[in-house]
Ligand binder design. Structure first.
Ligand code: AHR
Length: 618
């Protein structure tokens, strides 16, 4: 009996032990690397447009590669109110990150802001207003419209062009932007007119019916441009039914699969299409980076659009279907400007650190600071046959020759930091800041400060002549202050982004024009700090007698703000290394890379804390 009881107690204790062990195993996190760690909510505007189906599919395909994420999908069916509810439900269910592609970006902006207060949000395709999101990924619709316009002009040549434009939904963002781009170009050609514009609601049948009706009335139409390939396909059916084989049809999207844009071009049913990548793959890649708390996440990613015609469709399709899983060891050649500022020092370090971490061989040349010096360095990199070239262009214009040489040598070029005005067929990607927006932000800081003052005299310290940040920051700044009668840029000087230049300009100017300047707007913090020292040396008090606003957001500038000597600074993020190296590797591995990657940036003014200064990386 005692033996039996002991036996029962033993079994009972063993069972308890097993249960405890099982519970422990279940509760301890990350035991299984394949276990779902993150749930991502994906709120889609509708799933009636093939492009949106393709976006979801891109997300599915990319998410499949990562066992630790689960994506929960919601389809709003084209109903904005339903999409609001979808987002609320996803939030209530506790998703870790939201991806949203909006039906109506204006009406959904507050919903997205609300979500962003609690979790990271990636906005796809249509941008929200303001900055309440983690990352925006989408196409440049205006540029797509311009590319379409140029293509039509090439097709028409000296003949007469009569275009039927088939738009998606009336006044929707992509429609407005694409139409603007198209019209900007077409308005330069007196032999081409947009004779009719109709609404195809992004749908094939709607387009087919309306196009048929119009073609029966107007026999001179010789180009149909549809804002997506699905409507272009409808237009093709109408054209085909009426036996009008002289009409050329152009679309947008370039999807793969039967009757996708690429298929229609390769079958000769469409003259050409312009790709509009969905961003689904990138959304998952960056969602993981955000969830894994990686640093240097950009704020905006603009995707590249390629022109696809009969001449390149097969090559494009082959590339698209090619699966590259192997990673080649790469050599990146970088031509850097001589360090004119703190920004550049940090920028160079960020590139070197990221290359080392990723195991990329970096040939880093820093031999001069003129455009000719840079061209010499780039030619040297071409000679050395590096896999990818990157450089920070001293000025915006005049790069075509050397970019063409790199292209001829089959070396892709990533434009880093500043941008160029060369055609984007000559470079593969541009990583950097939105300098125009930085100028606007600096002006907004000031207009808030001097609301009631009758006259505000601004002395502007520009960077080097012809540089993208110089041109764009001035333009952005002026765009904002021109609406305020009391603001006046009394003088502008090139301070070349250097401390000494900033200091000398300000000292001489104030000596010659005492009591004239109220504000100094410096296009970088080095010049702003130079200006502050000049003001002090002249016996004046910076922050009281003269207000100084800088650009870059360096640690030294933050200290000056804390001390009350600088009013504020607009961040220009130099930490481009991680994104640059990632892009260079992707290019060599054969992936499509975004056209433009824009940094995430902040504004610093009163209220800067010691903690912020202490934690500042540069
Ligand atoms: O191109 C970035 C600009 O160049 C920075 O704002 C400035 O400090 C730098 O030298």
């Amino acid at each position: 009996m005692i033996r039996k009881t002991r036996y029962i107690i033993f079994i009972f204790l063993a069972l308890i032990a097993i249960i405890v062990i099982l519970c422990f195993v279940r509760l301890s996190p990350n035991k299984d690397p394949n276990e779902v760690q993150y749930v991502i909510g994906m709120s889609q505007a509708n799933l009636t447009e093939p492009w949106r189906i393709s976006m979801n599919q891109d997300i599915v395909n990319e998410a499949k590669k990562h066992k630790n994420i689960n994506v929960v999908y919601r389809d709003a069916g084209g109903d904005t109110e339903k999409q609001k509810k979808d987002i609320d439900e996803l939030l209530a269910s506790g998703v870790d990150l939201l991806i949203v592609s909006m039906n109506d970006s204006e009406k959904l902006t507050p919903e997205v802001s609300k979500a962003y207060k609690s979790i990271p949000v990636i906005v796809l395709d249509r941008a929200v207003q303001g900055y309440d999101y983690s990352l925006y990924i989408g196409p440049d619709n205006e540029s797509i419209g311009r590319q379409v316009g140029k293509y039509i002009a090439d097709l028409i040549g000296n003949g007469k062009g009569k275009i039927l434009e088939v738009q998606g939904l009336l006044n929707s963002h992509p429609v407005v932007e694409r139409s603007k781009g198209l019209r900007d170009v077409i308005s330069n050609y007196s032999n081409i007119e947009i004779s009719r514009t109709i609404i195809g609601e992004w749908q094939r049948d709607e387009s087919e019916d309306k196009v048929k009706e119009i073609l029966q009335q107007d026999k001179d139409i010789n180009i149909i441009f549809a804002h997506n390939d699905y409507m272009a396909y409808g237009a093709y059916k109408a054209v085909h039914d009426l036996g009008l084989n002289n009409i050329k049809i152009i679309g947008i999207d370039g999807l793969v699969g039967e009757n996708g844009g690429l298929d229609l071009v390769s079958k000769g049913m469409m003259q050409g299409t312009f790709t509009c990548p969905t961003g689904g793959k990138e959304a998952i890649d960056y969602a993981l980076d955000i969830l894994n708390k990686k640093t240097d996440i950009p704020k905006k990613i603009i995707l590249r659009s390629d022109k696809i015609t009969a001449s390149n469709v097969n090559g494009y399709l082959n590339n698209k279907l090619k699966k590259t899983e192997e990673h080649k060891k790469i050599v990146l050649g970088y031509a850097q400007l001589k360090s004119e500022s703190k920004w550049r020092e940090v920028n160079a370090k960020s590139i070197k650190d990221a290359a080392e971490k990723a195991g990329v061989d970096l040939v880093f040349l820093e031999e001069g600071s003129t455009q000719e010096d840079e061209k010499r360095m780039i030619r040297e990199l071409i000679k050395r046959k590096v896999d990818v070239i990157s450089f920070s262009p001293y000025v915006k214009s005049g790069w075509d020759d050397v970019l063409k040489e790199a292209k001829a040598a089959n070396i892709p070029v990533i434009i880093s930091d500043r941008n160029v005005d060369s055609d984007d067929s000559l470079w593969i990607n541009n990583i950097g800041s939105d300098f125009y927006e930085e100028g606007r932000r600096a002006a907004r800081l000031l207009v808030d400060l001097f609301k009631d003052k009758k006259k505000v005299n601004i002395l502007e310290l520009k960077g080097n002549e012809g540089a993208a940040p110089t041109i764009d920051r001035t333009d952005g700044f002026v765009e904002i202050i021109k609406d305020y009668n009391n603001y006046n840029i009394i003088d502008s000087y090139y301070g070349n982004f250097e401390y000494n230049d900033g200091k000398n300009i300000v000292k001489n100017y104030i000596k010659k024009n005492p009591n004239k300047v109220n504000v100094i707007y410096a296009q970088n913090d080095d010049m702003a700090l130079g200006a502050i020292d000049a003001i002090k040396e002249l016996g004046l008090i910076p922050g009281k007698d003269i207000i100084v606003v800088g650009t870059d957001g360096t640690k030294e500038a933050l200290v000056a703000i804390k001390n009350g000597e600088m009013y504020g600074t607009v961040e220009c993020n130099p930490l481009l290394g991680v994104q640059l190296i990632r892009t260079a590797i992707q290019v060599v591995d054969g992936y499509e890379v975004p056209l433009r990657i824009v940094n995430s940036e902040d504004i610093f003014t009163k209220g800067v804390t010691n903690k912020q200064i202490f934690e500042r990386e540069y």
